[in-house]
Design a protein around this ligand. Structure first.
Ligand SMILES: [Zn+2]
Length: 343
């Protein structure tokens, strides 16, 4: 008897605990959290509380940003819900401000993509229809213009002397650009090869490392090329192979990275015809970044760079950036979009 009573007592106690917990949970779930309360509190304080939006306000988490109250009301007037507004606040300030001027957009799936640019929203959606890349790559590829044909809507670069200058099939140098700090170093075949002074010390260190690590003489065949030389070169390729083929391996005048003075084509002097062996390249691929150089046209990124894989063409960007590009398997285009440009 006593034992039974004890069991009943225990069960009753358990039931009470469950009921209390359930009530507490329900209460907790329904209660607007502190930040949501704070939203209404701040709106009222700023004289921006609009009774009509009260229900939406309750979904909006307060953020300590400039113009919080006016932004919230503006987004609500455009037609965004409170929950959608929390998402808008995850975007960059530039994007947030641009959205204030536009009619309602569906950007939910992009909110956590850091290089999302509202200006490109329609292009992302269009590119998404025809390509199977992850959304995060879709954004980068559209930002770097891969949804447009090469050599269409091209731009002149604004910073031709920058170590990060981007010259590709969408970006060309100012007419007849020539860097001011050209120096000459001994090249293959006894030539003196010109490139920018800023990369000279690191290039010599790269040559020394190649010699001591795998015992090869890495020599430049060509580095800086002026526009008229590039014109001759490109025209020769076109008459030999046709324009379409030439475009896959040679740049049009003004669109060659060699004209920046930051690109070098390499040769292993022990080889008569080919530039580098696979083993030479493997070493270069694993070590060039330590001296500030990147493999500019990698094998798996031909659709990004618009060029066939070139195991001999390196580009100087400086050590810190070369390491990021190397470690993350990026091209210069992708690096600039992901790490430099602020959207
Ligand atoms: Zn080259």
């Amino acid at each position: 008897m006593r034992k039974r009573k004890k069991i009943i007592k225990r069960r009753a106690l358990l039931l009470i605990v469950i009921v209390v917990l359930a009530i507490f949970t329900l209460f907790w779930l329904n209660k607007p959290n502190n930040l949501q309360n704070k939203t209404i509190e701040i709106l009222k304080k700023n004289d921006a509380y609009n009774k009509e939006y009260d229900k939406e306000y309750q979904d909006i988490k307060y953020l300590d940003i400039d113009d919080f109250s006016s932004k919230v009301n503006k987004y609500l007037s455009i037609g965004y819900t409170g929950k959608e507004i929390n998402n808008l606040f995850k975007l960059s300030k530039k994007n947030q401000d641009k959205l204030l001027e536009l009619e309602k957009k569906d950007i939910t799936k992009f909110v956590n993509i850091k290089n999302f640019n509202i200006d490109n929203l329609e292009r992302y959606n269009e590119y998404l229809k025809n390509n199977k890349y992850d959304l995060i790559d879709i954004v980068t590829y559209v930002n770097i213009n891969l949804d447009k044909d090469f050599y269409t809507e091209t731009k002149e670069v604004q910073d031709p002397d920058s170590l990060l200058v981007l010259v590709n099939k969408y970006n060309h140098l100012p007419s007849n650009y020539k860097p001011k700090d050209i120096v000459y170093v001994p090249g293959a075949y006894g030539n003196e090869v010109p490139f920018r002074a800023v990369l000279k010390d690191d290039f010599i260190k790269l040559q020394e490392a190649a010699k001591s690590d795998i015992n090869i003489n890495l020599m430049p065949t060509t580095a800086f090329r002026n526009e008229s030389f590039q014109t001759t070169l490109y025209n020769n390729y076109v008459s030999k192979d046709g324009k379409e083929a030439a475009d896959t391996y040679s740049a049009r005048p003004g669109y060659s990275e060699h004209q920046t003075g930051l690109a070098i084509d390499l040769k292993n002097m022990a080889l008569s015809n080919t530039r580098l062996t696979d083993d030479n390249f493997e070493w270069l691929n694993n070590n060039a970044y330590k001296y500030g150089f990147i493999i500019r046209f990698p094998k798996d990124k031909e659709f990004v760079t618009g060029y066939q894989f070139e195991n001999w063409h390196i580009r100087y960007v400086g050590k810190d950036i070369a390491k990021v590009i190397h470690d993350n398997n990026l091209t210069l285009e992708e690096y600039l979009d992901l790490y430099v440009i602020e959207y």
